[in-house]
Design a protein around this ligand. Sequence first.
Ligand SMILES: Cc1cc2nc3c(=O)[nH]c(=O)nc-3n(C[C@H](O)[C@H](O)[C@H](O)COP(=O)(O)OP(=O)(O)OC[C@H]3O[C@@H](n4cnc5c(N)ncnc54)[C@H](O)[C@@H]3O)c2cc1C
Length: 427
Amino acid sequence: MSSNPHAPSLYAATANPAPIRPTLVGDVEVDVCVVGAGYTGLSSAIALAESGMKVAVLEQSRIGWGASGRNGGQIVHSYSRDIDFIEGFYGKEMAKPLGEMMMEGAKVIRERIAKYNISCDLKNGGVYAAMTPKKVRQLHEHKELWEKWGNKDLRIVEDATEVRKYVNSARYAGLLIDMSGGHIHPLNLALGEAAAVEQLGGNIYENSGATRIERGAKAVVHTATGKVNAKFVIVACNAYIGDLETALAAKTMPCGTQVIATEPLGKLADELLPTDYCVEDNNFLLDYFRLSGDKRLIYGGGVIYGARDPAHVESIIRPKMIKTFPQLANTKIDFGWTGNFSLTLSRLPQVGRLSDNIYYSQGCSGHGVTYTHLVGRLLGEVINGQAGRFDAFARLPHYPFPGGRLFRIPFTALGAWYYDMRDKLGI
Ligand SMILES: Cc1cc2nc3c(=O)[nH]c(=O)nc-3n(C[C@H](O)[C@H](O)[C@H](O)COP(=O)(O)OP(=O)(O)OC[C@H]3O[C@@H](n4cnc5c(N)ncnc54)[C@H](O)[C@@H]3O)c2cc1C
C-alpha cells in the first residue's frame, strides 16, 4: 500500500480501479522526465509520448494526489484573468495568441477522453451565475468578450422563472450558459490520462518524489532511491512544489480551497440543478457547485491564503451551500476535503525555462483544469522544437508578492477582503 493515499474525498471513494505504480529504484534513461503527476505533468507526458518520445513521470505521492484529483471538476475556458485584463495590462500583441488558445484546453480534455476511452462522468454545460444587476452586466461583457474569441455557445438568461430552470436558487439575478463548458470526475480523468501515458510506452513512478534536479546537457532528476537521466525535464509540481526549486516556489503562493459532497440526493438533485450543468458565481471569492455522477451536490468555495488545512471543512462550506440551497438544510454531508492551488500576483500562469532543457508551468490560480491541458500540449510543442505558442505564455512577466515571504499572506488576504466586501455590498 502507498504511504501517501489520496485525500479522503468523494473522488478517492469513487475512483476507477487503478494499480499502484512502482517506486523508482536505480537509474533510468529517457528523453523527458516529468516531475508531478497532476494534469500539467500527465497532459505533457501524453503529448510527448504521442510524438514518439520516451517519457518517465515521477510523482511524490499518488497520481492525481494534488489539485488535479481534488478539484471542483468544472471545465472553464480561458485563464484566471481573462483576455480583456491581459490586453489592458500587457497590450494587444501579448493578448492575441492567448485569446486564440483560450478554448483549446477544453478541446484537449474532450479529445483525450474520446481517444483513450476515459470514464470520468463527462457532462456538457456550464453556468456563470450573477447575484446582482451589476454582476449581470458583467455577464454580458463576459459573453461579448468570449464571443469575440470564438466561443459561440453562449446564452444569457435573466428571467427569474428561466433562471430557476438551470439553478433552483433565489440567489441569482442572471446566468450565462456556456454549452462548451462542462464537468468531469477529476481524479478519474487523471487516472485515465495516466493509463494513456503507459499505453503510449511511458512509465510512471509513484511515491517517487524528486529531491534534486541536476542541470546539464543531460539533466539528472534524483529521488531517494533512484535517478532519471533525461534530455529534457518538466517541473509540474504547482502548489505542492515544496523546496524542490526554491526560485519557483518563491514566485507563487499556495492557497487552499475547500469542497464538500452531500449524501446522494436522488430526485432532489434534479430539482436543484435540472440541467445538470456545473455552476460558478462571478464573485471575486467565488462559490462553485455541480452534481456528481451519483447525484450528490459537490459544493466548493472560499480561499485560505498560505494553504493551512482547516480542521472542519464542513463548517466552512455548509453555510455557503445552505445560503444557495436552503432546501438542503437537513441534508447530510458525506465528504469534506481541501486542496491547494497556486496563486500568482497577476493571477496569470507562470511558464518558462529554468535552463535550456528544463521547463516549468505553475500558478494557474484557481482555474486550471483547461489551462493545464493546454499547457501540456504547449510543453510537448516546445520540446519538439516549436516554441512559438509556449513563448506566448513565457513572455508574461512574473511578479513577486508584495511583503516577501513574511507579509505576502496578510497583504494578499487584505486585497481579497476588499474585493469580497465590494461583492457583498454589490458595488
Ligand atoms: C479544491 C480545488 C478546486 C478546484 N476547482 C477547479 C475547478 O472546478 N475548475 C478549474 O478549472 N480549476 C479548479 N481548480 C484548480 C485546478 O485543480 C488546478 O489548477 C490544476 O489541477 C493544477 O494541476 P497541476 O498538475 O499543475 O498541479 P497538481 O494537480 O497539484 O499536481 C502537482 C503534482 O506534483 C506532485 N509533486 C510535487 N512535488 C513533487 C516532487 N518533488 N516530486 C514528484 N512529484 C511532486 C504533487 O504530489 C502533485 O501530484 C481547483 C483546485 C482546488 C485545489
